[in-house]
Structure formats: C-alpha cells, structure tokens
Design a protein around this ligand. Structure first.
Ligand code: UTP
Length: 234
C-alpha cells in the first residue's frame, strides 16, 4: 500500500463539536484506503483546543502547560475520528511515532494527535512521514494553499503553486508560536520537510472530496513545497 501522512487540521475536522466534519472525513479516508492508500491521519485540536487554551490563559498558565492541554484535545479528536472510521482504523490513537508504526502493521488507518509541547500537529505529521516512509505529507487546512500573506487580512496576498522548503521557512520564520497559534504551518514541520525531501502539500481540507480528487484523479489546486511536479494522481 502507498503511504501518506496527513495533518487534518482541527479547524477543518472539528471547528466546533457541533459543526464537525468527522463523518465526511471518515468516508474520504475509507475511500482512499479502498484505493490502496494507507493514510496516517494526524488530527488537530480545532476550536475546542483553542477554548481550553483560552481557559489556560485565564489561569495564567505557562505556554508549555497550555500546549499539554492542547495535546489532550487533539487526542480526543483522534479518538472521535477513530470512532467514525469504525473497523477501518486501528482502534487506539497512537501517542508516539513508534506506536504509529506498530499500529500500521495491522494495515489499518492509523490515527494520532499531538506528541510534545512547543509545536503543532503539522510537525507530528512531518516527522511521521519520515518514520513511515510516506510519499508525501499533506496539510489539510482552512485555506486553499500557502499565500504570501494572510489572505483574510491582506487582499493583495498571492497564492504559491510551488515553493521550496527554504522559501517556506523564510515566509514563516517571523511568526510567533504560542499555544493554539494559527500559523499556516509550523517551523518544525518546515525544517523537517527541508531535511526529509518528502513533498509537503498544503490544500483546502474543508471539503474532503478535494483530497480524493487530488490523490485519485490528479485534480489539485493547492501548494506543493518541494521539487517534484508529478505528484498527482498518487
Ligand atoms: P494544532 O495547532 O496542531 O491543531 O494543535 P489545530 O487546532 O488543528 O490547528 P489547525 O487547524 O491545523 O490550524 C492544537 C494545539 O495543541 C498543542 C499546541 O498548543 C497547538 O496549538 N500541540 C499540538 C502541541 O503542543 N504539540 C503537538 O505535538 C501538537
């Protein structure tokens, strides 16, 4: 089976508990699985993590301890996705890369959340891609690619079709990374992408069908960070 690591942003999977896309995402992951693609899904914390982190701020908790709470929420979201995937998923969320590799022996979809403070699930997904020999690392997020500036704040922002890891690092270097931060991709993930040479794909995760179209039909409209141009279909 071909392997891909996918950071499914909490902001697209569980923007809030009431407005979640767990069912739709489970259907897509199952369809990919049935087409010979084993997905390692790394689930983010989303709106609920940010609410908990706000509560931490109200208690003047330090950033690393707030990260720990964020990680717990990512793991709850991972458990929810496992629930939605039923028998297609390994029944437990991996808590380490080694565990993810062990669970992958089952041939099932492997799901995990965060691992350690000071980073986001983008970094988890980038490291996991290295460890499991994934052919790409996908970042499914609430924008349709990487822009020169935040398109919500700056109407002159332009989207990159491709860029090098060095260009990405340059773009995000100045951003602040507090617990619950909203940066397009975290610096650890960008650095790991640079060293691994595994292509990083940033694309819209609000409609999971777009991922099926990219991987199965070759229809792609996001940003590729890396050298290769012939990534889709997988
Ligand atoms: P994420 O920032 O990865 O989730 O984790 P998200 O909310 O899904 O982000 P989007 O939707 O992709 O933008 C939530 C929080 O959990 C902590 C951080 O505080 C992070 O902001 N976290 C997560 C860690 O400290 N370490 C991890 O390995 C993962």
């Amino acid at each position: 089976m071909k392997r891909v690591a996918a950071a499914v942003g909490g902001s697209v999977l569980v923007p809030s508990l009431e407005e979640n896309r767990l069912k739709a995402w489970a259907e897509t992951l199952i369809r990919l699985h049935e087409n010979g693609i084993q997905v390692f899904a790394v689930v983010g914390g989303g709106g609920e993590a940010r609410r908990y982190i706000e509560a931490c701020r109200g208690l003047s908790l330090d950033e690393a301890s707030s990260d720990e709470i964020g990680i717990m929420v990512t793991r709850i979201n991972a458990a929810l996705l496992i629930g939605a995937l039923k028998d297609y998923a390994y029944p437990r969320a991996a808590e380490s890369y080694l565990q993810a590799k062990e669970f992958a022996v089952s041939g099932k979809i492997v799901v995990m959340g965060g691992v350690t403070p000071g980073q986001t699930t983008d970094a988890v997904s980038a490291v996991l891609a290295e460890e499991v020999g994934a052919s790409m690392m996908l970042d499914l997020t609430a924008v349709d690619g990487i822009y020169s500036a935040d398109p919500k704040k700056d109407p002159s922002a332009v989207k990159y079709a491709t860029m090098t890891p060095a260009e990405l690092i340059n773009l995000i270097m100045k951003e602040k990374m507090n617990a619950g931060s909203n940066m397009i991709i975290d610096l650890v993930a960008a650095k790991v992408t640079e060293r691994s040479g595994i292509p990083l794909i940033v694309m819209d995760g609000r409609d999971p069908k777009l991922l099926e179209e990219a991987l199965l039909d070759g229809k792609f409209n996001g940003t590729v960070v890396g050298e290769r141009k012939d990534l889709f279909p997988l």
